[in-house]
Ligand binder design. Sequence first.
Ligand code: S3P
Length: 427
Amino acid sequence: MKLKINSKGLQGTLKVPGDKSISHRSIMFGSLAKGKTEIHHFLRAEDCFSTLHAFESLGVKIEDNGEVISVDGVGFEGLKKTPFPINMGNSGTTIRLLCGILAGCDFEITLFGDGSLSKRPMNRVMLPLREMGVEIMGISGTEFPPLTICGTKNLQPIHYQMEIASAQVKSSLLFAALQAKGESVIFEKEKTRDHTEEMIRQFGGEIVVNGKEIHLKGSQKLYGQKIIVPGDISSAAFFMVAGLITPNSQIILTNVGLNETRTGVLDVIVEMGGKISVTPSKDRNQKTGEVKVETSELKGIEIGGEIIPHLIDELPIIALLATQAQGVTVIKNAEELKVKETNRIDAVSLELTKLGAKIKSTDDGLIIHGKTELRGGKVTSHGDHRIGMMLQIAALLVKEGMVELEHAEAVNVSFPMFFEELEKLEV
Ligand code: S3P
C-alpha cells in the first residue's frame, strides 16, 4: 500500500477506539461470571474477535447487536470441551490468558495461532501452570504453539516469583489461581498493567495487592457486570506522536484510558519537551481523559527501568518520536520487545533506517540520534500492527518520493480504522 506522505498538518478531534487489553478481559470475565455481562465500546479488531470466538467455541453464548456485546456467563465450571483446536489468530493475550482459564477444566484442548504466534515463547505460562497441576505442552515437546492443555479440578495454589515483567503471565496465573484450592501469592518483577486485578474486583471477586505482591484466594465466584471499555492509550499514542512531529498540528484525543500502569508514554512526551496536556474526565470511576498535543520541539532522553512495562507497546512509536528530537535517545531494559508480534527491536531499526533515520538496535533496546529528515522507501510491517502504524506516521514527514508499506493489513489486529481516522485529521 502507498502511504500518505508530506502532511501539511493534522487538526481535529479523535475518539479513541476501545482498549484491547480490557476488551479481551471483558469477554473472559463475562464468560467466567454468573449472569449477564454487557460490554460497551468493545474494540472491534481481529485480536479481540479471536477471544470472542474462542469463548463461543467453549460453549459461551455471546450476542453482538453492533453496539453492545452481551455475554451469558457460564461460570468457571460451565466451559465446554470442543473437539476442534481453537484459533487464537495473532493474539498473545488470548492464548496466554486462556491457558490460565483452562487450567481448571479437566478436558484436553488444543490452541493454535498464526505464523507469528507460533513463534512466541510459552514457557513463561506453561512452567508455572505445570506447578499448579496442569498438563500443557507445545508442538513436538517445544514451548511453541499449537499448545495442548489438559487442566484439573484439583488445581493447586502457587507462590510464584515472576522472572519477567509481563501482565499476560501475571493474568494467566491469576485466572488459574481464582480456581485453585487455596491462596496463591504472586510477586511481580516490575509492576505491570493491572486490568485483571481491577476486573476481579469489578466482577465481585477479592484480591489483595501490596505493591508488587498479589494475594488471591481460590474457588471464587464472579458476577456479570456492565463494562464500559475506555479508549486504548496504546492506539492513541500513534496520534499523539503524529501531532507532536507533524508541522502545523493540533490534535485532541478523547476518551483516552488513563490507568496509571499504562501512562508511561505521557511521562516520556513531557520529559522530551512535547506540548501535551491531559484533562482527566469528571467521572472519577472512568479513569479516562482528554489528551491534547501540538507540534513541538523535542529533545532526546533515556528511557529504561520500571517505566518500561508502562509503555512497552508504545516503544515503536516512541522510537519514531526520538528520530525527531534533538540529541540522543536511549531505550534500554526493553528486551521483551524481541518476543512481541515480531522482534520489535530489529523491525523498528531496520524499517526506520530504510527511511533515513539514525537508529541502532542493542541487546535490550535502541539508540536513536536525532533530529533526522526522513525519506521515501519500501518498508514492511513484518505483519505487526504497531510497526505498520508507526511507519505510516513516519511517512507523514517524508517530503519527496514514496513510502510503500508491505502488509499494511496488519493494522486490523488492533485498529482497523487507523488509516481512515488519520485521513480525517489531514488539513
Ligand atoms: C498485554 C500485556 C503486554 C502487552 C500486550 C497486551 C495484556 O504483554 O505487550 O500487548 O493485555 O496483558 P506482556 O505482558 O507479555 O508484556
